[in-house]
Write a protein that binds this ligand. Structure first.
Ligand code: MG
Length: 477
């Protein structure tokens, strides 16, 4: 505690010295100092075990490792869902996707033929921060509705460059069939236990996805080898163009969602094969963002959050990532599907630490709001994490609700997690119970020895479910 106080004292002296030097600061610079910039770097389908600092033996993530060492690494950080669309709805609204109609057990995500999207009644981080004077930019994968009224520019972002949904959509069926054997459809759709040629040796022309700027389609089937690099360039441009104002940047990589692509510079660099190459290019991209913030003198006024939207897509074997010691993967409410590699960085402000408290992407909106001097007068499912970040106080979050589609399948309360369904989504007669402190891999069911804990979690889950108001389902439209 004494060490923390001394550090805080030293910081306030240093910050005081800095601000007295800039006595001629203009009003806009003053505003910029009061409100921190916020950058979210979001990857797609990256696993808990895919960073070298989380133990991956054949992927090198020097920039993420540095960020983790200098910032806070959160080891119990959850997404709002284990697939793309609902996870992103949760991140951007701070509300469980079931509340906005962005979760479905029939269609798990939005597709190119979907008519729905994030309802206008929902307030995104971008909309909220914009109301507080922020410039807002997005680069990368959206996946919250591709019709004009649902695009990022209709949801609080001043600018957007990227792809409206996943990079494996709009598949050119004739082309893909022509490079595979007659079994390709089974391999792609039903159970790709032996991924087809189009996955193992992907070509951009197999997927006619649109690359967009604002509401304009720049091109179809863009060169996906360039995506990580071009997203990074756009992100760096945005930071440089908006350095005088407080800004919010949401950089949502399309990678490492299959099909996997890297630029030429990263082809073959990793011992872990194509998936490792992709992660090492993303790590490079993180380094470029951090370097730009440093060069522009913005580091000490910018919080950077790195995390992923859901666990690794393990059905693609080595083309998917690794959840490390965790059980389950993308699409599952077991830990490997929902617990993500997460780092917060903000030199001089965030206390370097490894945090075992529970956190969630749902918490980013309330935290950003507090840091920006805002307030929220509507129901959110997130908590303000500021005091954990800056003082290493005990975290405010005790619970996490785990939905598969729009069905509550598991709940965590403190150290315990109860599952009400098995991995095949069959309702269990008796819930399974795990102690995630002692058993983060969910190996040992302790329900039989702890009936009172099971009853407490079941009652807690029921109380939560009774409070969720049904809304129009956007994924089934
Ligand atoms: Mg995903």
């Amino acid at each position: 505690m004494i060490y923390r106080s001394l550090t805080a004292l030293l910081m306030s002296v240093l910050l005081g010295a800095c601000s007295s030097e800039s006595g001629d600061a203009t009003a806009s610079q003053q505003v910029a100092k009061d409100k921190p910039n916020i950058v979210i770097i979001f990857t797609d389908d990256m696993g808990y075990g895919d960073m070298s600092n989380s133990g991956h033996p054949t992927i090198k993530t020097y920039n993420l490792d540095r960020m983790a060492a200098e910032g806070q690494k959160w080891t119990n950080f959850y997404v709002a869902a284990s697939v793309c669309t609902p996870s992103r709805a949760g991140l951007l609204t701070g509300r469980l996707p079931v509340r906005s109609g962005m979760a479905s057990s029939q269609r798990r995500v939005l597709f190119p033929d979907s008519k729905g999207g994030l309802p206008q009644t929902e307030i995104t981080i971008a909309e909220h921060l914009k109301s507080l004077g922020y410039s807002t930019g997005m680069v990368g994968k959206w996946h919250l509705g591709h019709l004009p009224e649902y695009l990022p520019t209709s949801n609080g972002f001043d600018s957007w460059y990227g792809i409206p949904y996943s990079n494996d959509m709009d598949m050119n069926l004739d082309l893909v069939a022509s490079v595979n054997d007659e079994d390709w459809e089974r391999r792609h759709v039903i159970h790709p236990e032996n991924p087809g040629v189009h996955w193992k040796n992907p070509k951009s022309e197999y997927w006619d996805v649109p690359l967009m700027q604002g509401e304009e389609i720049l091109e179809r089937a863009p060169d996906q080898h360039q995506l990580t690099k071009s997203y990074t360039e756009k992100a760096v441009e945005f930071i440089k163009a908006n350095k005088e104002d407080p800004f919010f940047l949401y950089l949502a990589h399309s990678m490492p969602h299959v099909p996997l692509f890297t630029s030429e510079e990263f082809s073959g660099v990793s011992t872990a094969g194509l998936y490792g190459d992709v992660i090492e290019e993303i790590d490079w991209s993180v380094g470029q963002v951090i370097k730009t913030l440093e060069e522009e003198g913005l580091s000490e006024n910018t919080m950077v959050v790195f995390t992923s939207d859901n666990g690794p897509w393990d059905i693609y074997k080595t083309l998917g990532g690794s959840a490390g010691m965790l059980r389950g993967a993308k699409g599952s409410v077991f830990e490997g599907g929902v617990r993500e590699p997460t780092i917060f960085s903000w030199p001089g402000k965030i206390q370097p630490a490894i945090i075992h408290d529970i956190g969630s992407t749902l918490d980013i909106l309330p935290t950003a709001s507090n840091l920006a001097g805002g307030s929220l007068d509507y129901q959110v499912d997130g908590y303000d994490l500021t005091e954990v970040l800056t003082e290493v106080e005990v975290g405010p979050r005790e619970e996490m609700f785990f939905y598969g589609g729009d069905v509550l399948r598991a709940v965590r309360l403190g150290r315990y997690k109860a599952h009400f369904y098995d991995e095949n989504r069959e309702k269990l007669d008796q819930p399974w119970l795990y102690d995630l402190n002692e058993d983060p891999g969910e190996k040992y069911d302790i329900a039989a020895d702890n009936p009172e804990v099971v009853a407490r979690l079941a009652a807690y889950a029921l109380q939560h479910e009774q409070g969720v108001v049904p809304v129009v389902n956007q994924l089934e439209r």
